[in-house]
Design a protein. Structure first.
Length: 322
């Protein structure tokens, strides 16, 4: 029996159809449960001083910590200025917000490649980032089953993600240490991207920065809840963080538009908020990231950081992989 092969065009079509189906289901659910007028009033009466504080914290605390962690991870291969990586982070965020499938990750790889970082090593760093994020998110959310009545499926998913990410980090540590003895090849280049784990001090810095990023994210959600008159609690804030990241696990829409808000709304409703309050929290929490990241990242891109000339250089091999 001949093997059925699906072309790239068909895969893109299926992905967009899947995205449309998920968004359609979310829209149908929200349309039945939520009064748009009440949502509008909740957003109109929100305390935008708190929203401004969220935005400033995101731009001047969380993203710099993300850039610092990226710098620490890249350091065994190439020491890059923190300001440069901050701009690259903004550019990557803008690309992710405007295109599906987390295209910003690819943009970040292209950007650091131009500065001398091997592609395999840059990709390995991004994988390590995701594993560290999953471990810390799982640890922060571990108390939730004892604080809330969560569905068994959520508890199992949380445990599996945390354990799986921890095993992934342990494998990465072995990979980083064993890679020192490999002379060449793809595995050697991948191990270079995880070499930061070979130093206890550097690994501790990466873990501390990851914790700091997630704690700041918890603070942003608490401010979003307070802005719409919803008393924040650790359980509620952590549940929003968990649900938003579960919906973000499958990147099917640009910036996870729609799914992000649906995840936040579902979490807020689970801890006693009205559906309208929950959706307002999701909108504020998402937009305070989406708008400044996209605007500032587009400015960075517009200055030629990832413009046509730079991409042309990549295609003709002016900046070859190392």
């Amino acid at each position: 029996m001949p093997k059925l092969e699906i072309g790239p065009g068909t895969k893109r079509l299926l992905r967009w159809l899947g995205a449309a189906a998920v968004l359609g289901a979310c829209t149908f659910y929200l349309a039945r449960k939520i009064d748009p007028a009440v949502v509008g009033r909740a957003l109109a009466s929100a305390d935008y001083r708190l929203v401004a504080l969220m935005t400033l914290g995101h731009l001047f605390l969380l993203l710099p910590l993300k850039s610092w962690r990226w710098q620490t991870m890249l350091a065994p291969m190439r020491k890059l200025p923190l300001g440069t990586l901050y701009r690259y982070c903004l550019a990557g965020c803008a690309v992710t917000n405007l295109f599906p499938a987390r295209a910003g990750h690819a943009a970040r790889v292209v950007l650091v490649r131009r500065d001398g970082v091997p592609v395999a090593g840059a990709v390995a760093v991004l994988l390590l980032e995701e594993m560290c994020n999953a471990v810390v998110l799982g640890l922060l959310c571990l108390p939730l089953p004892y604080l809330l009545r969560l569905p068994a499926s959520v508890r199992v998913t949380l445990a599996l993600v945390t354990v799986g990410a921890a095993l992934g980090v342990a494998l990465a540590v072995w990979f980083a240490l064993a890679g020192r003895g490999w002379s060449s090849g793809l595995l050697r280049r991948l191990s270079e991207g995880m070499a930061v784990l070979g130093s206890g001090r550097a690994a501790a810095v990466v873990f501390a920065l990851t914790v700091g990023m997630w704690v700041l994210d918890l603070g942003q959600i608490a401010l979003a809840m307070a802005a719409v008159g919803m008393p924040p609690s650790f359980a509620g804030v952590a549940l929003v963080l968990l649900f938003v990241n579960l919906t973000n696990a499958v990147p099917i829409t640009p910036g996870q538009m729609g799914l992000f808000e649906a995840g936040a709304a579902a979490a807020c409703v689970a801890v006693g908020a009205t559906p309208e309050q929950g959706l307002a929290v999701g909108v504020l929490y998402h937009m305070m990231q989406f708008i400044p990241e996209t605007v500032l990242g587009a400015c960075v891109l517009g200055r030629g950081v990832l413009g046509r000339a730079a991409l042309a250089e990549e295609r003709v091999g002016i900046a070859p992989d190392r």
